[in-house]
Design a protein around this ligand. Sequence first.
Ligand SMILES: *[C@@H]1O[C@H](CO)[C@@H](O)[C@H](O)[C@H]1NC(C)=O
Ligand SMILES: *[C@@H]1O[C@H](CO)[C@@H](O)[C@H](O)[C@H]1NC(C)=O
Ligand SMILES: *[C@@H]1O[C@H](CO)[C@@H](O)[C@H](O)[C@H]1NC(C)=O
Ligand SMILES: *[C@@H]1O[C@H](CO)[C@@H](O)[C@H](O)[C@H]1NC(C)=O
Ligand SMILES: *[C@@H]1O[C@H](CO)[C@@H](O)[C@H](O)[C@H]1NC(C)=O
Ligand SMILES: *[C@@H]1O[C@H](CO)[C@@H](O)[C@H](O)[C@H]1NC(C)=O
Ligand SMILES: *[C@@H]1O[C@H](CO)[C@@H](O)[C@H](O)[C@H]1NC(C)=O
Ligand SMILES: *[C@@H]1O[C@H](CO)[C@@H](O)[C@H](O)[C@H]1NC(C)=O
Length: 450
Amino acid sequence: MTGFQLCCAVTICCIFGIAAQPGDPGSSNISEPFLLVADRNGEIILQVNITSGSNTTLPLGDVGEPRALDHDPLTDYVYWSDNQNQKIHRARRDGSGRETILDISYVNGLALDHARGDIYWTNSSELTISVAKMDGSSTRTLLTLSAVSRPYDLVLDPRNGLMYWADDGNETIARAAMDGSNPTAIITGVSDPRAVTIDYREDRLYYSDRYRVYSSDLLGNDIQQLLYESGTGVRGIAVDENYVYWSSRYRRDSSKPWQGKVGMLSKSDLTKTVLVEGLASPFDIRLSTAAPPAIRCPLGYFRCGHGHACTLTWRRCDGRTDCSDGSDEDGCECLPIPVDFNLGGRLTMLPNQLGQTTFEEIRNSSAVDLLIGSPTNGQNRHPEFREFASTVIFPQCAVPKENDTTCSLSRHADNATSCMNKPLLPCRSWCEEVLNTADTRMKKRFPTCD
Ligand SMILES: *[C@@H]1O[C@H](CO)[C@@H](O)[C@H](O)[C@H]1NC(C)=O
Ligand SMILES: *[C@@H]1O[C@H](CO)[C@@H](O)[C@H](O)[C@H]1NC(C)=O
Ligand SMILES: *[C@@H]1O[C@H](CO)[C@@H](O)[C@H](O)[C@H]1NC(C)=O
Ligand SMILES: *[C@@H]1O[C@H](CO)[C@@H](O)[C@H](O)[C@H]1NC(C)=O
Ligand SMILES: *[C@@H]1O[C@H](CO)[C@@H](O)[C@H](O)[C@H]1NC(C)=O
Ligand SMILES: *[C@@H]1O[C@H](CO)[C@@H](O)[C@H](O)[C@H]1NC(C)=O
Ligand SMILES: *[C@@H]1O[C@H](CO)[C@@H](O)[C@H](O)[C@H]1NC(C)=O
Ligand SMILES: *[C@@H]1O[C@H](CO)[C@@H](O)[C@H](O)[C@H]1NC(C)=O
């Protein structure tokens, strides 16, 4: 009794981790950049056209007092912290799919990791930085008091595995690895640090120091002052190629209400333009296009064509669009595995679970070692290790038996339509069983089973 079977050989009965469902992705086309603004005292989230300055209030229902926000280009969800009800909510820009994902007080900074589908936030009442899956599950606290003091805005650099935050208690801009290790202050003596963001093209940080905006390189060197707004506290910063956008607020005295605006500063000549006026108390701002360019997706994820998001590979070619540009449903063609791989002429679909896109790339890579019959140095291997590896490297195609011959013959995209189909992935239990007997080094070569 081995306790497992290749149940997926018959039908799609089980696939890697069906857990985190972000819901039906929005059908909206995110091709034109826009700016999102959390107006806390106005109790609205605005979408601003950065060309014309025109605005619309997003129909997200009662948003409470929105303070920090981010946007997921994969699903078109807006995530925001509501300091009135002490929660983090999400909803698509059209208002659909609204739900509360976390119950947390005073979140002054949040950021999405588009590569891994995680949300990071700062808890300013407990003074921590934490992470969870985007649906609010699997929360973990990464940094606590001593490493952080009073964290505000937070920005991620998944390309380098780093996060940066504005720390008001320590008056610093600090950074740590995205798993919370090695926290370090990189800029000290910053008064009222509130906002921090990254220009991924220039590899520079932009951060606020009370009434000012500065930029520096990613190590905190080469600091330059860009903006001074007398008496008006900077609360949010966003950048694109040509402009720095900022939100700021002021009041004449404590008996008067706050007033605020969003401005844009030309990077080339530092001229200031007001983009949106008459806001009540704007805090976080986010530019839809500012996701890290060409992010690298972890093992087991497919990178969308626009390069700003990753989706689980098992969602590729599943008949539902996950990437906003539809690229996860493009080129879903079953191809015969070249004979030299010795896998008996079955069909597969590329890219595979390791992100390899051509047979040549696979042939040239160390992945072929996984397909050899017996381990070289007497390692313990699950008896079905090779079979398992072959389904990771060459995902099975769910083509019915009667079409198998036609598909095997057609190597050309123009007549492969009868071979368009879903990839079949191994059972989770099978994956777990096979990988449990593998050593750590070997495990790292495969995507995780969930
Ligand atoms: C999205 O916009 C792009 C570029 O403007 C266009 O080519 C594409 O057809 C649009 N897609 C949808 C679904 O509207
Ligand atoms: C933004 O404004 C520009 C200039 O007025 C206009 O051409 C464009 O269509 C607007 N975009 C949207 C999404 O409304
Ligand atoms: C948003 O646009 C409306 C017109 O659509 C305008 O009346 C309002 O003043 C604008 N709000 C802000 C904060 O600019
Ligand atoms: C945030 O801090 C509050 C204490 O102020 C605590 O009750 C809550 O559990 C914290 N939340 C998380 C997710 O860390
Ligand atoms: C923040 O300040 C605390 C003491 O207030 C210190 O222990 C800690 O090392 C500082 N953290 C960073 C990242 O500088
Ligand atoms: C594979 O290796 C061959 C020979 O070393 C080389 O010519 C070819 O460019 C490589 N292909 C890829 C996709 O790396
Ligand atoms: C597919 O197309 C190629 C050339 O375009 C042709 O040689 C081949 O016979 C076709 N196969 C089938 C099954 O139609
Ligand atoms: C199988 O082949 C038949 C005839 O070519 C075609 O009508 C049918 O759509 C194919 N089925 C699949 C799942 O490709």
